[in-house]
Design a protein around this ligand. Structure first.
Ligand code: GDP
Ligand code: MN
Length: 375
């Protein structure tokens, strides 16, 4: 689960990392009031999950209440990389001497967490890694034992941190490692980790991603990926992965791999997906019906292709869900079902009674072709 900046900063603060005073605001008046409480200058920051808000105009410095009002008005409701901004963070501003990058993430290649640090922070770390790879330090971290302070300090020295900053930065990085494990993070990043003109080391931004498998232990509720629209919200409610796209074919498949293969086939046959819905495994008839309703309700849909591998789903359950929608909603768009495996005969029978084209032994290509031929 990805967290907004202010939520990530709460984690950092709990582990002793310095964060400047700040307040969350969800209206322009709230924002202006927050400025009054914090004292100027303040930074007005869009709370969206997307990165690169600064470049997109979602981070602005305000020296006066008027400027704050103006920025808050502009940023609230702003669309940043397809995500609407509903909340602002009003943070006390500071003079910045230096910007570092400090983060931990899971390195799938190395099979363990890695600490990433650079004295070239503020900008996107991926960019630095390309343009000046020697300036990005990476260090594998054991999940069993946190690195000793002197080991971190030596790494920070090699990364180019010196003088009185060395001890301060080492402390922050040690706290960051602790926070990463204590919160079951898969990513925890501070960019920039700023050195203020007063010589303090503070986190001016935070990005935290919590392992979904640990949400219960962390006592968190899944609220990730702020749904872009009502249909995505409905999909979240039944725990299926659904994304709205802009083509004409709604894809429903059991398993992300099969869903992607189906989408590839739709593209290959010169059509475009209107939506992508991965049922996962073990779908109930009830949730199948809702998944199909969501797909039919997607803008621009002319046909729906359902691709089920009956190893992780029960074809009869799936067919019952489909039948329920057909019987009650009488949808106008075309539907083709490819489904094979567990309880296939019962499932097929149910759909055949409703004259739905079924691909029993054919391929995904056959299913998509059948659908497209009828559009
Ligand atoms: P991002 O673009 O989404 O990563 O947003 P950030 O929170 O990292 O902000 C972008 C940039 O705004 C930072 O790299 C800083 O240079 C600047 N910034 C953020 N907070 C402050 C602040 O309190 N004071 C000053 N002077 N600049 C800030
Ligand atoms: Mn940042």
């Amino acid at each position: 689960m990805r967290m907004l900046e202010y939520e990530g900063k709460t984690i950092l603060r709990r582990h002793g990392i310095a964060v400047l005073p700040e307040r969350v605001a969800s209206s322009v008046d709230d924002a202006v009031a927050s400025g009054g409480i914090l004292g100027f200058p303040v930074v007005v920051k869009a709370q969206v999950l997307a990165g690169g808000r600064g470049k997109a105009g979602g981070v602005k410095l305000a020296r006066t209440p008027d400027a704050l009002r103006e920025h808050a008005q502009a940023i609230l409701g702003m669309d940043i990389k397809g995500e609407r901004c509903h909340k602002l963070l009003i943070a006390k501003a500071c003079g910045i001497e230096k910007e570092f990058y400090a983060g931990l993430t899971i390195d799938a290649g190395a099979g363990c967490p890695v600490l990433i640090f650079s004295i070239e922070g503020g900008v996107e770390i991926e960019e630095v890694a390309v343009t000046a790879p020697e300036k990005v330090l990476t260090m594998p971290i054991s999940s069993l034992a946190a690195p000793r302070r002197h080991v971190i300090m030596e790494q920070m020295r090699q990364a180019g941190v010196s003088g009185p900053l060395l001890g301060k930065v080492t402390t922050v990085v040690a706290q960051l490692v602790e926070a990463f494990f204590a919160n079951d993070c898969t990513t925890l990043e501070i960019n920039p980790l700023a050195v203020t003109d007063a010589g303090e080391v503070v986190a001016l931004d935070a990005k935290a991603v919590i392992d979904d498998a640990a949400l219960k232990r962390q006592k968190l509720e899944q609220t990730d990926s702020v749904p872009a629209n009502d249909l995505e919200r409905r999909a979240q409610d039944i725990r299926v992965n659904y994304v709205t796209l802009d083509g004409e074919v709604a894809i429903i498949a059991g398993g992300a791999g099969l869903a992607m293969a189906t989408m590839d086939m739709v593209n290959h046959l010169n059509s475009r997906a209107a939506s992508f819905l991965d049922l996962g495994g073990g779908i109930s008839a009830e949730n199948m019906a809702e998944a199909l309703r969501i797909s039919y309700a997607t803008k621009g849909v002319r046909g729906v292709v359902i691709n089920i591998f009956g190893g992780i789903n029960n074809c009869y359950e799936v067919a019952r869900g489909i039948a329920e929608v057909l019987d009650n909603d009488r949808p106008a768009s075309r539907l083709v079902v490819k489904m094979r495996g567990h309880s296939q005969n019962e499932g097929w029978a149910l759909l055949e009674e409703r004259n739905i084209p079924i691909v029993k032994y054919g391929t995904t290509r056959d299913a998509v072709q059948t659908l497209l031929a009828g559009l």
